[in-house]
Design a protein around this ligand. Structure first.
Ligand SMILES: Nc1ncnc2c1ncn2[C@@H]1O[C@H](COP(=O)(O)OP(=O)(O)OP(=O)(O)O)[C@@H](O)[C@H]1O
Ligand SMILES: [Mg+2]
Length: 379
């Protein structure tokens, strides 16, 4: 049975074969497939890395971060925030949930999500050479109460019967071996900081099954917000130096946001990085390019409030579940935990060892696949 993690920025399908994890990889041999759908002038929607590439030239018809607005009305904070940074248009007939307007018509957020899940199923079928009709899917621990039903429906629309829906951090705990024989049985905090949400769970192995002692999170806090805060900083620099309002240009705004994401990643391994967009400024003064030297030190200020909010969520979730002294460790999953300042802030505030891995972005899908193979792991 497939394990599927529909993420805000990346989605992954995993499978356990002979006790080992395998992924429905894409044409780049990557397990993390961008949760991006492009509607071309002719033909079927394009999903994943190819859609991400087209985003630069046709952002109005390239949909990203759709998970944020599943089962949300147009006037929800989630929809408003997405609309503020996306070039595609969100609409809602009457009081219904949001749809996205594309050149091929209006699509519900569930329909866009189902296009991504169907793509994962088809990739898996190609990769493993057989049909898949069932899946375990994952959901954030915070957010709309309807998300579980929505995920079952999205699976069905994509041709999959969703046999189980589990919280993302619990899946992450399974991937980190919490139900394994070598686990010490002490409570740990799973800190899952992805592209769109922060999901926190306190979990413990009791008699070789996962017991959830507490959950918390913030469904409006993720790596996308780090990109948006960074983009705002770049926009204010451009305004300050060139008196050019980048928000008036949808393609430039989108390019700035995507460049922020790339430079953010570089800053996870380097102290400083070059932020460069060729000929971004048109005829504004004599400066055509946006060309900045960005330091970790500077970004620590830009991201301070976001990191502080994330740490507060972890502390409050812990406080509601256990005395701090009972916590044994923190497992970091999700791509935003690559950021050194996130790691340091979590370690400093919770004062327990950090458990990190090389591949924190596939942990949730791995856990879902694991549960598909061993259903008794969660009672
Ligand atoms: N090296 C890195 N440094 C900093 N951030 C990174 C790095 N690699 C990935 N990210 C960020 O991690 C985020 C994606 O993480 P992940 O794949 O765990 O999220 P997701 O599962 O799609 O989202 P969610 O779980 O919130 O729905 C993106 O914001 C991406 O920019
Ligand atoms: Mg995730």
């Amino acid at each position: 049975m497939l394990g599927i993690d529909l993420g805000t920025t990346y989605s992954t399908a995993a499978l356990v074969v002979n006790g080992k994890f395998h992924y429905a990889t894409d044409e780049r041999a990557e397990a993390c497939i961008p949760s991006v759908v492009h509607f071309p002038k002719a033909g079927a929607p394009i999903v994943g890395a190819e859609a991400e590439r087209v985003r630069a030239t046709d952002p109005e018809n390239t949909i990203w971060a759709i998970k944020r607005v599943i089962a949300r009305p147009l006037d929800s904070p989630q929809a408003r925030r997405l609309q503020a940074s996306a070039a595609f248009k969100l609409v809602a007939p009457g009081n219904a949930n949001v749809k996205v307007r594309t050149r091929s018509g209006d699509y519900g957020a569930d329909e866009i999500a189902a296009i991504i899940v169907r793509h994962l199923r088809e990739r898996a079928q190609q990769r493993f050479g057989r049909q898949f009709t069932k899946a375990v899917m994952t959901v954030p621990v915070v957010g709309t109460a309807r998300i579980e039903q929505e995920m079952v429906k999205i699976g069905r629309m994509a041709g999959l019967e969703v046999t189980r829906v589990i919280p993302e951090p619990v899946a992450g705990a399974l991937a980190r071996g919490i139900a394994g024989a070598s686990d010490d049985g002490k409570p740990r905090l799973i800190f899952d900081f992805g592209g769109g949400t922060l999901d926190v769970s306190i979990v413990q192995n009791v008699d070789r099954a996962v017991k959830v002692l507490g959950v918390g999170g913030d469904d409006s806090l993720g790596g996308d917000d780090f990109d948006t805060a960074f983009a705002r900083d770049v926009a204010s620099h451009v305004w300050g130096h060139h008196k050019l309002d980048v928000s008036r240009d949808a393609i430039l705004s989108d390019t700035i946001q995507r460049t922020c994401e790339k430079v953010k990643r570089l800053l996870s391994t380097m102290e400083n990085a070059r932020y460069f967009i060729r000929e971004a400024l048109g005829a504004a003064g004599r400066h055509w390019n946006i060309d900045l030297n960005v330091t970790r030190h500077h970004m620590a200020k830009v991201w301070l409030e976001l990191v502080a909010r994330a740490v507060t969520v972890a502390q409050e979730t812990l406080r509601g579940a256990l005395p701090q002294s009972a916590l044994a460790r923190v497992s970091l999953i999700g791509g935003t935990t690559f950021l050194p300042m996130v790691r340091t802030a979590v370690a400093d505030s919770l004062k327990v060892p950090l458990d990190v891995e090389n591949d924190p972005q596939t942990a949730v899908a791995r856990g879902a696949a694991f549960l598909g193979a061993f259903p008794a792991l969660i009672r």
